[in-house]
Design a protein around this ligand. Structure first.
Ligand code: NDP
Length: 279
């Protein structure tokens, strides 16, 4: 049976470490969270982020804007928050309503406050190995692997999915860890064979239970990024956990694997932003 990589425990350790650091170093961090409209899933995410801030000792400002907010109004708010010295992180909860231009909004956030790591400057810094905010989910996966003593140096890492928020930054981070990286997507030929080469397989395609035991090599490590709610209300990932767990050496469960790490790394980025400002 595989070692279960416990994202819940690791994220709670990170949050506790941040809480201690904030207290010990007197870091006064503030995160601004903007939500447009009242999408129920987004409201849950925003609530969880506010709660995480409060637990750690980060203050948060929430802006709940009506669904008919215009691009100009949203850009004006971001402009104000960019200028506000008491705000260290700005997060716009995605997805935005269809009439808003998401890309223009993300690009308007100051790179110094881009705690989601989505701004092109942050992405560019990541690819050339300079300091900058890193997208929270891939950064969380690196922490999961490090804190579970999974060696990445020289290992074959196959990432399935090439999105801007997961697959691509994941590839950059794995390169930084000296892994040999292959990125797959919907045009990849012989996906199963490519996945079988992996020492570390990272599944991020958004298809419930897509990866069964025929995709994984005996003894490999499997990270499941996907989150899906099935008809009976249960959560599952992109990996068919029951079929894969007996074959691999370590695996992340869903829920309780990658999911909790995303908020922990967001909190880390906020604290880091405030610390840098106060240096
Ligand atoms: P996207 O839909 O943006 O990207 C999916 C990627 O998977 C694309 O690159 C696509 O290829 C590729 N893909 C889709 N189908 C296949 C296939 N059959 N074979 C090979 N590649 C395929 O998704 P995200 O990256 O945003 O998210 C992926 C999953 O991770 C989702 O389930 C999402 O809910 C979850 N997620 C979880 C987070 C967490 O905190 N745990 C955070 C973010 C996401 P192509 O580019 O060719 O279209």
């Amino acid at each position: 049976m595989a070692f279960i990589i416990d994202g819940k425990k690791i994220s709670s350790d990170i949050r506790e470490e941040l809480k201690q650091r904030v207290r010990k170093e007197g870091i006064e961090a503030c995160l601004a969270v903007i939500q447009v409209g009242d999408d129920p899933a987004s409201s849950v995410y925003v609530r969880n982020k506010k709660k995480a801030c409060a637990d750690i000792g980060i203050s948060s400002k929430t802006f709940e804007l009506p669904v008919q907010t215009t691009q100009e109004e949203l850009l004006a708010l971001i402009g104000e928050l960019n200028e506000d010295d008491n705000v260290h992180g700005i997060l716009v909860q995605l997805p935005l309503p269809g009439h808003l231009n998401e890309k223009e909004i993300i690009f308007a956030i100051s790179p110094e406050k881009d705690v989601d790591g989505f701004h092109p400057q942050s992405v560019g810094c990541l690819s050339i190995g300079e300091d900058g905010f890193v997208s929270c989910t891939p950064a969380g996966i690196i922490e999961l692997l490090k804190r579970s003593d999974v060696e990445m140096d020289g290992k074959e890492c196959v990432i399935v999915g090439r999105s801007n928020i997961v697959g691509k930054p994941m590839a950059m981070l794995m390169l930084r860890e000296n892994a040999t990286v292959t990125v797959c997507h919907s045009h990849t030929r012989n996906l199963r064979e490519v996945c079988q080469r992996a020492d570390i397989l990272i599944a991020a395609i958004g298809k419930p239970k897509f990866f069964d035991d025929t995709y994984v090599r005996e003894g490999s490590v499997v990270i499941d990024v996907g989150i899906h709610r099935s008809g009976d209300g249960k959560l599952c990932g992109d990996v068919d956990y029951d079929k894969v767990a007996d074959k691999v050496s370590a695996i992340t469960p869903v829920p309780g694997g990658v999911g909790p790490m995303t908020i922990a790394m967001l909190m880390n980025n906020c604290v880091q932003s405030a610390w840098k400002k106060g240096k």
